[in-house]
Ligand binder design. Structure first.
Ligand SMILES: [Zn+2]
Ligand SMILES: [Zn+2]
Length: 337
């Protein structure tokens, strides 16, 4: 694939020159649109930056819309993990404003660096055709595994004293998260945890030199879906974790927000399982499953079951508040009550 080598060519060719040797009739619609975008913008740095920003905004808010609708329809409460804690439109709007603020103030300027960095490590950007699915799939799988591990360790760091008190506490504002809250976080947290998403492709491209930014976009889209769905607050019978047992899903991360402890990874369950940081979560799940069985045997009504579920969740949350106070106290300041 010679075009990857061209990516680091020293002279800056005009947009038309970039595609001088490409036969457009052999390209797919997507590849033609890709090339036309770079030709239309006329500046590869701006074209990559703008596209990266748009992909993020469209996918993030586009994925959140169905969850906002689901939150507004009482029928779906039966699958809500903390059914008594449905976000109000006001809460959702407040959350959206902060997320948008950080997208425009922190992310937008940083994204302009993406093209020069990508080119310097041999990542293809404007080039067409795209790589084959056979090359893209294992790359994306590797990024998933890398991000999950990176997040597992850095998220635990964010739960320590000063890091928690000054940075991660913002993300823990919602003990019952919702889709839009996925990126509700301190700018430093966005940078630290965002590294897990970006560093995988950067390191990979640096060593392997066969990565296209199109593959990175697909990875980022999937990662956004993962993060938003994990914060959705809903566990449907058809949710991915019931199909792929090692997938974390909302059930895993909702517990982290409710109980403050356990479940530090993102996409997969294996890091927490291996690290012993899911024991409380698994005990909770077992307790809930057994209680559900007994409730069925006793012929409990839905309302009675809800009240019982709420009671157990309130206990877990109260324990979480204590654990949170301890962490904050370790950073100095707030006293334990
Ligand atoms: Zn956390
Ligand atoms: Zn979260």
């Amino acid at each position: 694939m010679s075009y990857y080598i061209n990516a680091t060519a020293p002279a800056a060719p005009s947009p038309e020159q970039l595609y001088a040797n490409i036969d457009f009739s052999k390209l797919s619609w997507m590849e033609q649109s890709w090339a036309n975008w770079y030709l239309w913008i006329g500046n590869p740095i701006l074209a990559t930056g703008l596209m990266s920003f748009l992909v993020h905004e469209i996918v993030y808010f586009g994925r959140c819309v169905p969850w906002v609708i689901i939150d507004a329809i009482p029928y779906f409460r039966q699958w809500k993990l903390q059914p008594n804690k449905v976000p109000t439109p006001q809460e959702q709007w407040e959350c959206t404003k902060l997320v948008l603020f950080s997208h425009f103030t922190i992310e937008a300027p940083l994204i302009l660096l993406f093209h020069p960095i990508a080119e310097s490590i041999g990542m293809a950007t404007w080039q067409v055709p795209f790589p084959s699915w056979k090359l893209m799939l294992p790359q994306i799988a590797a990024f998933f595994v890398f991000e999950d591990m990176f997040h597992y360790f850095s998220h635990q760091m964010l739960h320590q004293g000063i890091f928690y008190k000054h940075i991660h506490k913002i993300h823990h504002k919602y003990s019952a998260p919702f889709g839009l809250a996925a990126e509700y976080a301190h700018p430093a947290e966005v940078l630290i945890l965002g590294m897990g998403t970006i560093a995988g492709p950067l390191l990979y491209s640096y060593f392997m030199r066969d990565l296209h930014i199109f593959t990175v976009y697909i990875w980022i889209m999937l990662r956004l879906f993962q993060a938003i769905d994990a914060h959705s607050g809903y566990d449907f019978p058809w949710s991915l974790q019931h199909i792929i047992p090692f997938w974390s899903g909302a059930d895993h991360h909702d517990f982290h927000h409710m109980a403050f402890v356990n479940n530090y990874s993102t996409s997969f369950r294996w890091c927490d399982w291996l690290g012993g940081t899911d024991t409380k979560y698994r005990a909770y799940r077992k307790r809930m499953d057994e209680a559900k069985k007994q409730a069925k045997a006793k012929g409990m009504t839905v309302d009675e079951w809800r009240a019982y579920e709420e009671k157990i969740n309130a206990e877990e949350e109260a324990e979480g508040h204590k654990a949170e106070a301890l962490v904050e106290a370790s950073a100095g300041g707030k006293k334990i009550d």
